[in-house]
Design a protein around this ligand. Sequence first.
Ligand code: NAD
Ligand code: UGA
Length: 467
Amino acid sequence: MRSIKIQKICCIGAGYVGGPTMSVIADKCPDLEVRVVDINKERIDAWNDSDLNNLPIFEPGLDRIISRTRGRNLFFSTEMEKSISDADMIFISVNTPTKTKGLGAGQASDLSWVEASARQVAKYAKGHTIVIEKSTLPVRTAQAIKEILKTTNRENQKNEIAKTFSVLSNPEFLAEGTAINDLEKPDRVLIGGEDSDAVDALVKIYLNWVPGEQIICTNLWSSELSKLAANAFLAQRISSINSISAFCEATGADVQEVAKAIGTDKRIGNQFLSAGPGFGGSCFKKDILNLVYLSGYFGLPEVADYWNQVVVLNTWQQDRIYKIVLEKLFGTVNGKNIAILGFSFKANTNDTRESPAIRISSDLLEEGAILSIYDPKVSFKRIEEDFEKISFNNQGIWKMANSIPEALKNVDAVLILTAWDEFFGLDWNYLASLMRSPAWVFDTRSVVDRKEIENTCINLWKLGEGN
Ligand code: NAD
Ligand code: UGA
């Protein structure tokens, strides 16, 4: 076996994965030079902002890592050509959203950004380069990347010294909000590839902080599929518990008690059993839809139907919540003030991609509601863009509030959609005095303890709590 010495790494894509992942690699491997490149100049400028509050993504612990690595061995730039040509190892960590048009629209992944990245690598790389799929990709994408690298390379090779490539798959399992902890103490690192020298070079990087027994090496296709399967299994658990939440409401059972009762069975496990307004985030839905598409492509329609149902139930859960709010408020929210607490898809992130708050809020706006939205980290601009992206017939008005009391002033109802720490243990006696009677609190995240509202005039509806 030939030992490949890695000195310079380049990561294409400075997003929620590329930024934190490369920050941790730079932190754990001070001898490596890590360059993160992106076509989005505004994003790169934000990564380079001297005020760490302006980093483009909020992730607990990220600012501390950036402050000790940036400018030392971690660099953010738009300088694609040099960063690629200097690198021994290149991570492709670009977006892979669901296709919106053409064959497979609505299900298949749009690989335009991955293909563009591979073409850039083929054009600018020098010598031998290890190319790593960090993005989540359909099974067998590595084959396409290999083809692009080979053919584009052939076209460019006339005037240049020979270049060679090894392609590996190294999917990322971090969750937003806990990304730094997930990267520093991963359950496992997964590496798929056929070139054992290249695999070994990547293993050596992770060995700087990950115990060897937690590094799993597989063939390329198992690695690519494992990432899609892991997300599908996680999302399936959420749809399962959400289906039970509706059952609880219909029968008088309590979903918290049911989750505890079933989760203590070690074979089931107690994680990922929190009922809520449905899963959001940029990946669960897109990755399952991709699995659905691939199942159809490979002639497995029953498999496709099985996984598709996880997404169907997720949308149903969001619609169910909006309809309950409507029903409890006497069938109309037209002209009524409603506070939305939490707009991000989960706590501890400013990410709103596929957040249940978008669908539920826009449904309420279609009914003519007046929303005051409070989220500790999500900006007005982000919410405005989210509403602009979806087509809906807005009959209402929305505004941002700067604090919880400001959001709740004169409202008929409060809808809690994200479990931010600051929403727990609120002074509901005081908050009830700001609201209009009969005041409703709709808690989809089990944030409010029934005891906290006992001496107030508030009516509390909790997701998954039957009467
Ligand atoms: P993102 O949209 O936050 O970031 C992607 C970045 O890539 C953008 O800044 C974009 O400008 C840049 N980019 C696109 N094409 C480029 C090109 N040709 N050259 C240079 N830059 C380019 O996406 P993300 O959330 O970081 O996700 C990236 C991938 O990782 C996706 O495949 C996703 O499924 C996967 N993933 C995401 C998460 C997560 O928590 N967000 C976790 C695990 C895996
Ligand atoms: C998820 C996976 O957890 C990561 O392993 C994966 O790397 C990532 O997707 C990805 O590929 O993008 P993320 O979406 O960031 O991470 O966050 P999760 O903690 O998984 O939460 C996803 C959604 O499910 C959130 O809306 C959350 O509120 C919801 N959820 C989660 C529940 O409703 N109940 C739960 O018990 C857990």
